[in-house]
Write a protein that binds this ligand. Structure first.
Ligand code: 6PG
Length: 244
């Protein structure tokens, strides 16, 4: 396995600026190549500043009218709930850039159950990718302290699922009911950016970068097994003790 592409920044702010610049560049490139960019947004708190920079400092570098936004996972909470990944991204980015509402594809958590939301989201992906397994131009992902990514936690069925693209899962943390894209779909992305900041992510990062790590125990370790180019955007604190 090739050496991991790990980009270390001194602080979360510096990391966020590097990520925002790289996302803008990748989006620009995808639109030039294919006329559109399919961008998968991450949940969690780490990407928030990068989102804000994409809506401000790098806003003019992204052809937003050609960008389609999706989410890698979502908590099964009402769309307006402060714990909603879609709400977080809307406030920091989506509602502040000229991306057409028809290009914004949140997980439909207003539906009666996580299974219904997962099934509907899969229909949305099938329609957008013309029935072919999605290949996102760029997938943004986070890293949990237990090495989960999206809502794929240790031991998750979403690690090995190959038929379905989207699954309802139960997270070991609140809010527990979640909807997540499967690892097979995430790792099919052309490019993956994994963001990790803080000392509490150091062990997870070390495991995720270890070619011998078992993805069933450390799901983020599976990200390197796909065909896509993976870049790990981390701050110095997250590298402590990992030899990165
Ligand atoms: C979620 C995320 C999850 C997140 C990690 C890291 O819905 O919570 O998709 O995978 O990225 O838990 O979260 P932080 O960035 O908040 O540390």
């Amino acid at each position: 396995m090739a050496a991991a592409d790990v980009r270390v920044s001194g602080t979360l702010d510096a990391l966020s600026d590097s990520v925002a610049a790289a996302v803008a560049g990748a989006a620009h490139h995808a639109v030039k190549q294919r006329g559109r960019c399919t961008l998968l947004l991450s949940g969690g708190s780490t990407p928030r500043t990068a989102y804000e920079l994409l809506a401000t400092r790098y806003r003019g570098r992204v052809p937003w009218d050609r960008v389609h936004l999706f989410w890698g996972d979502e908590r099964f909470v009402p769309p307006g709930d402060p714990r909603s990944n879609a709400r977080t991204a809307r406030e920091a980015l989506v509602d502040r850039v000229p991306c057409p509402p028809a290009n914004v594809h949140p997980v439909p958590t207003a539906l009666p159950s996580p299974d219904a939301a997962a099934a509907r989201y899969e229909e949305t992906l099938r329609a957008h990718f013309a029935g072919n397994r999605p290949v996102f131009d760029l997938a943004l992902l986070g890293l949990g302290a237990d090495a989960h990514t999206a809502s794929i936690f240790p031991g998750s069925r979403a690690l090995v699922e190959t038929d379905r693209w989207v699954m309802a899962v139960t997270a070991p943390v609140e809010p527990s009911p979640r909807i997540t894209l499967t690892m097979a779909v995430l790792t099919a992305a052309s490019r993956l950016f994994v963001l990790a900041a803080g000392a509490d992510k150091a062990v997870a990062l070390q495991r995720a970068l270890d070619p011998a790590a078992d993805p069933a125990q450390y799901p983020a370790a599976a990200l390197r097994h796909g065909g896509g180019r993976v870049t790990w955007w981390v701050d110095r604190a997250a590298t402590s003790g990992s030899g990165v």
